[in-house]
Design a binder for this molecule. Structure first.
Ligand code: MSS
Length: 366
């Protein structure tokens, strides 16, 4: 067993045993550590930063954090304290990195080799984006996108477009998007984008800009590299560019979380097989489990409350397992009738892997 890298200072409050530290900016939840309660505990939630996070000092006086709003009838700035008076909403939702499941692509895409754990289900609380837009008299007529800029300082002498975390999402997300300052009932910590974060339910993690300092209603997408060329679906072997489709919405996906990480054999007899299932942009409606790599499927039961279409649901199936090897896989069907596919959508950087086969868990019963 190789020694685990230590947690970085900004995340030293996390549960190290539940996490795989790929680097100081890329920390994954172990498969079995998401638990079965539905909501992912904050100390076990994954972290992904494209560049190092801002200093902890930005959390000293959260109420004084300033957000600049432009591309609207009455452009202005708001402090977080002011935003807190405009409206209040909570949404339970899956936060999942675009590259989650990258490790299963056979062509070994560059980037963090995430397996199942660059994902969690959390409750964000904040102000509906709509309420903010109303307070500034609505978006300019030409607006097609909502563009958020992260609060990382751009080092002197560097072209901002090469490093800025600035993402654009279509204006159509307006009904569900929010600016959040709370997660799972706690003030949003720096690691997850505190003091203030743009949250876009149903979209991959990169679209939810942390420590947001600028919100713009724009005619064009951001010129930043992270929008123009990264996070695009390009064919394997081809560098991505603006002509390729942007990584925005998440497809339906599920995976088995227990029993075990597959290393130690489990006892023969009754085994509780559990997992998590997300619908993407519509609710998870049905989930099936196979114990033999997809030959025979059994409908599993959803566990716990239905927290809305953007949340994942834990599922469970009781299985009677005699000695042998089992390939446990699951597949979800969402309310729109889309079923999680057997095969991944091949793409150069390894985004949005939702193949049920790739996420299987092989267990030995002995
Ligand atoms: N934001 C900012 N500002 N920065 C950075 O770096 N990243 C991304 C998001 N946002 C960033 C941001 C990503 S990419 C992700 S996933 C997310 O975030 C994560 O989250 P958390 O809280 O978990 O850490 Mo992939 O698609």
């Amino acid at each position: 067993v190789s020694a685990q890298k230590p947690l970085p200072a900004y995340a030293d409050w996390k549960d190290a045993d539940a996490l795989i530290v790929h680097s100081a900016n890329t920390i994954e939840t172990r498969r079995a550590a998401v638990g079965t309660g539905g909501i992912t505990p904050l100390d076990k939630l994954f972290i992904r930063n494209n560049v190092s996070p801002p200093p902890a000092s930005i959390m000293q006086d959260p109420g004084a954090w300033v957000l600049e709003v432009s591309g609207v009838a009455k452009p202005r700035s708001f402090t977080l304290a002011e935003l807190k008076t405009l409206g209040l909403v909570s949404v339970a939702m899956v936060l999942q990195c675009s590259g989650n499941g990258r490790a299963y692509f056979p062509h070994k895409p560059s980037g963090t080799q995430w397996t199942t754990g660059a994902a969690g289900c959390v409750v964000f609380t904040g102000v509906p984006l709509k309420a903010v837009l109303e307070a500034v008299g609505g978006a300019q007529a030409q607006a097609k996108f909502i563009t958020g800029t992260g609060g990382e300082a751009i080092p002197a002498g560097i072209d901002a477009n090469t490093v800025a975390v600035e993402r654009s999402v279509p204006l159509s997300v307006l009904d569900d998007a929010l600016l959040a300052w709370e997660i799972n009932g706690e003030p949003l910590p720096l690691a997850h984008g505190g003091p203030l974060r743009l949250v876009v339910p149903g979209y991959t993690g990169v679209n939810s800009v942390k420590y947001i300092k600028k919100l713009a209603f724009t005619e064009e997408m951001s010129p930043a590299r992270i929008q123009q060329s990264s996070y695009r679906y390009s064919p394997v072997g081809a560098a991505s560019s603006p002509e390729h489709e942007v990584v925005w919405a998440m497809p339906p996906k599920s995976w088995i979380t227990q029993p075990s990480e597959g290393s130690k054999p489990i006892q023969p007899g009754r085994v509780m097989v559990t997992g998590v299932a997300l619908g993407g942009t519509s609710a998870p409606a049905k989930v099936e489990v196979s114990l033999d790599g997809g030959k025979k499927w059994h409908e599993a039961a959803f566990v716990g409350p239905d927290l809305g279409k953007y949340a994942w649901r834990t599922f469970a199936l009781i299985a009677e397992l005699s000695a042998g090897e089992y390939e446990l896989v699951s597949r979800v069907t969402n309310a729109a009738g889309e079923t999680q596919p057997e095969e991944r959508l091949e793409n150069n950087r390894g985004y949005n892997n939702n193949s049920w086969r790739d996420h299987g868990l092989v267990v030995q019963v002995a």
